[in-house]
Design a protein around this ligand. Structure first.
Ligand code: DGL
Length: 282
């Protein structure tokens, strides 16, 4: 079973491509929607959350976890790999930033514009990864409003178009626009209206899925194929809300969403998904 982890709903846009390309594989998705957005959080909090999420997925039987979230991939992937994916371990953690940088440099003629969360931009990871691959320039703009707008279901509104216009004004002369956040593919209609036709809008998720398929071919021991495939869905926060909104991101109804919550520094499965009303005593 392949674990896929994101701060919330966005990674479902990556899971969508993983399931399309690898239909025989079982998956377990963990969306930390109760604690999202991660994009403006300090990096130590993000590392704590990421450790909890990855450990939950290992405990569910995943030996391979794909960190679909650009924010976590940009600030925490190396930490997660050093902690969990030592050479003698039977677990591995993969991210999205390296494949995204790879497809961006293959696509661009020289000047890549990056739209992403504040933390992703501040990390400088895309500049570093792109620089390893060639002589492209990366100009970036933190787009703090976009993920919340999309979560609200306002991705195809004038508000979204206006926000995009303002952000893009800070990315002059680019030939490729890299969508460096898993939420942004939902903006496809707004992007088609706002981005000049000579600029290629790049959702790296299909390429991330291709790189994963290639990695699995080269490392067959990290995932076994069970027939028929099982698809599980875990989230922090409200599972019925997750199922409702998640559908827009995955492009199809979600399997039963199981609730998880932090208990003593670990993400544990919750027996009841009912939100308590009024005062509670533990
Ligand atoms: N999923 C996150 C990413 O791809 C964006 C949303 C958030 O800020 O949590 O960077």
């Amino acid at each position: 079973m392949i674990g896929v982890y994101d701060s919330g709903y966005g990674g479902l846009t990556v899971l969508r491509h993983i399931r399309r390309l690898l239909p025989e594989r079982s998956t377990c998705y963990l969306g930390d929607s109760g604690r999202a957005p991660y994009g403006g959080r300090d990096v130590h909090t993000i590392l704590d959350f990421a450790e909890q999420a990855v450990e939950r997925l290992f405990d569910e039987g995943c030996h391979l976890v794909v960190v679909a979230c650009h924010t976590v991939s940009c600030v925490g992937l190396r930490h997660l790999q050093q902690r969990y994916a030592r050479p003698d371990s039977d677990c591995r953690v993969l991210g999205v930033a390296i494949p995204a940088a790879e497809i961006a440099t293959r696509t661009s003629r020289g000047r890549i514009g990056l739209l992403a969360t504040e933390t992703t931009v501040a990390s400088g990871t895309y500049m570093t990864e792109v620089a390893k691959l060639g002589s492209h320039t990366v100009v970036s703009r933190a787009a703090g409003l976009l993920a919340p707008l999309i979560e609200e279901g306002w991705e195809d509104t004038e508000l979204a178009r206006d926000a995009l216009r303002r952000y893009l004004a800070d990315l002059p002369d680019i030939d490729t626009l890299l969508l460096g956040c898993t939420h942004y593919p939902l903006l496809h209609a707004a992007l088609a209206d706002v981005v000049p036709s000579e600029i290629t809008v790049l959702d790296p998720a299909p390429f991330v899925a291709e790189r994963l398929a290639d990695w699995l071919r080269r490392h067959p021991g990290f995932d076994t194929i069970a027939a028929p495939p099982v698809h599980r869905m875990l989230c922090t926060g409200d599972p019925s809300r997750f199922a409702r909104h998640g559908r827009r991101f995955l492009g199809q109804p979600l399997p039963t969403v199981e609730a998880i919550a932090e208990v003593g520094g670990r993400l544990a499965l919750r027996r009841s998904d009912r939100t308590p009303m009024g005062q509670i005593v533990r």
